[in-house]
Design a protein around this ligand. Structure first.
Ligand code: FAD
Ligand code: SF4
Length: 513
């Protein structure tokens, strides 16, 4: 054997750099299902199902096109596994196959990359790590962009990307429609009568390969959190493209307008659910953006929706990845607000009388999914104000979401949501009372708490914890110009001694529950 091409579960693209110049006659592919990756924080059952099923389908695709794939399946009996970690399994295989060289595309997890590098060095074999061409912005380009900037702002990075890649531009300098950002049109709540133009979410039936994985999970990982059914996601490239087409045709037109809205029993609203497919590389971000821009040019989708969607993928997704690789490994250790609490148990089972949390956790347990505002302004907001350790919130997120991969999860959880990085990703903590949730959803109508109250037995826990959070972090936040208004409000509350004491007492009660 000449080279052994290592393919990880989030690198399922035959066009990736690892395959460049490869020859199925001389080179082989190596893939492994690894217990350690599933169990170090016990993964949601659908997360396991999605990753393993996509991997097995990719193995099939490669085999059909002439590749030899050395693929390690997890066994229903752990005693039959060939090792618990990537390195245990690969070490044995290096002895079996004696390849001249190992080749892989940059992993999306800093820890995993280091494991492979250490193994290769210990075994005295060359490991060639190639750039990940899936992304618009290479790691070097991002480092150059960041080099002479004191702070990184998504908005300026995003404008650069639009110009560089000529996406939604009228000419070199002018954005389509004359504005870079249509966020002001993208904050509507759902009308009282419910979501207009309901569209049934797309769902794919399970073939034999997916069934086999489901049986493995039932026999080996049944005690993991989350529900195995209903599993709806595609696991092949062709079905992933059908999901993209469905989104462009049926959901994109209203995506922008209701991007921040939430509604009971509507887990997806107009969101694309493409993140997991993008992250395992069944979809390319270029084809997603092109499809949305084409819809705009045909007059099938309005600019606020198309620009909003482009910003998420060309802006946020690329920015978040740049931040991860620029600041790792130190980033994972950051805890700017010195938060130390454990996650409350309802983050695992959804059992709580807070209606907004219960509804959101139902999405997480049923689908390994919640849309951005549910992640940020409900679950993330609660964890932040409660005082959860940011790394614990991140570990939970990695386990519970089908689309979680370290490079995208960590800066979103520890950074954007928990302000653990002290302002690298976002300029201020995303904290809010129940007022915001009331404005953007119908959750408060069916809740035993009163979103307007911050003290008393029926006080909304978000409204209590908001003031407690500001009080606790007063010194750290008082000079942040974007926090001027909340800081002034907590100063006012501190002056009302009795009310202030009652809020802090109620927050202590919530924590001791
Ligand atoms: P849509 O709303 O349809 O958006 C379109 C696409 O834009 C998404 O598919 C995604 O690829 C991209 N996108 C949007 N926002 C972001 C963002 N902030 N960062 C990166 N990409 C973005 N996204 C992940 O892919 N994996 C994660 O592990 C992840 N963890 C998150 C944790 C927290 C606390 C928060 C607040 C956000 C997180 N996100 C993560 C970003 C975002 O919430 C999800 O990408 C999105 O909800 C996925 O659903 P969708 O495909 O329906 O997205
Ligand atoms: Fe959530 Fe508070 Fe509204 Fe209840 S009242 S749904 S806890 S925001």
């Amino acid at each position: 054997m000449r080279n052994l091409i290592l393919v990880l579960g989030d690198q399922l693209d035959p066009q990736s750099s690892a395959f460049e110049d490869a020859d199925p006659e001389q080179d082989s592919v190596w893939m492994a299902e690894v217990d350690e990756e599933i169990s170090y924080v016990r993964s949601h059952q659908q997360r396991i199902l999605f990753f393993l099923s996509c991997m097995r389908h990719f193995q099939q695709e490669l085999t059909e096109s002439g590749w030899t794939v050395h693929y390690h399946r997890l066994s229903t009996d752990p005693k039959n596994d060939r090792g618990r970690s990537f390195t245990e399994i690969l070490k044995r295989d290096l002895k079996r196959f004696s390849p001249a060289k190992l080749i892989m595309t940059e992993p999306g997890d800093d820890r995993v990359q280091r494991e492979f590098e250490e193994l290769a060095s210990a075994e005295g074999i060359t490991l060639e790590i190639r750039e990940d061409r899936h992304f618009f912005c290479s790691l070097n380009q991002f480092a150059e962009y960041a080099a002479d900037r004191k702070t990184l702002m998504l908005e300026y990075f995003y404008r650069e990307m639009r110009k560089r890649h000529e996406i939604l531009m009228e000419d070199e300098k002018t954005p389509a429609g004359g504005e870079w950002n249509y966020d002001h049109d993208n904050r509507k709540s759902i009308p009282k009568a419910g979501p207009p133009e309901k569209s049934r979410p797309m769902s794919f039936s399970q073939d034999d390969l997916t069934q086999e994985v489901a049986e493995l999970i039932e026999s080996r990982f049944a005690d993991h959190p989350g529900n195995l059914a209903p599993f709806q996601l595609p696991v092949t490239r062709s079905n992933a493209r059908r999901m993209l087409t469905h989104f462009i045709k049926h959901l994109l037109p209203l995506f922008g307008t209701y991007e921040d809205a939430m509604w009971s029993e509507e887990p997806f609203l107009y969101h694309s659910r493409l993140s997991a497919l993008l992250n395992v590389k069944l979809l390319d971000p270029r084809e997603c953006i092109q499809a949305a821009v084409d819809a705009y040019e045909r007059g099938d989708a309005p600019l606020n929706s198309v620009e909003g969607f482009v910003r998420q993928i060309l802006g946020w997704r690329e920015f978040i990845r740049g931040v991860y690789f620029l600041h790792m490994p130190e980033y994972a250790e950051m805890n700017h607000l010195d938060q130390q609490e454990e996650l409350p148990s309802f983050f695992w089972d959804g059992e709580t009388d807070m209606n907004c949390v219960r509804q959101t956790m139902k999405n997480v347990l049923d689908y390994g999914y919640a849309h951005h505002i549910q992640r940020l302004m409900i679950l993330g907001n609660y964890a932040l104000m409660y005082g959860v350790h940011p790394r614990k919130f991140h570990a939970w997120h990695m386990a519970m979401y089908v689309d979680a991969v370290d490079w995208v999860s960590l800066p979103n959880t520890l950074g954007m949501s928990q302000y653990g990085d002290g302002g690298i990703v976002g300029t201020k903590p995303y904290c809010s009372t129940g007022n915001y949730i009331h404005k953007m959803s119908n959750f408060c109508q069916g809740c035993r708490y009163d979103y307007k109250k911050k003290t008393g037995d029926d006080a909304c826990p978000f409204s209590t914890l908001y003031w407690d959070f500001l009080d606790r972090n007063y010194e750290r936040l008082k000079d942040n110009r974007r926090m001027t208004f909340p800081i002034r409000n907590i100063e006012n509350l501190r002056r009302k001694k009795e009310e202030h004491a009652a809020v802090l007492q109620r927050a202590r009660e919530l924590r001791s529950k």
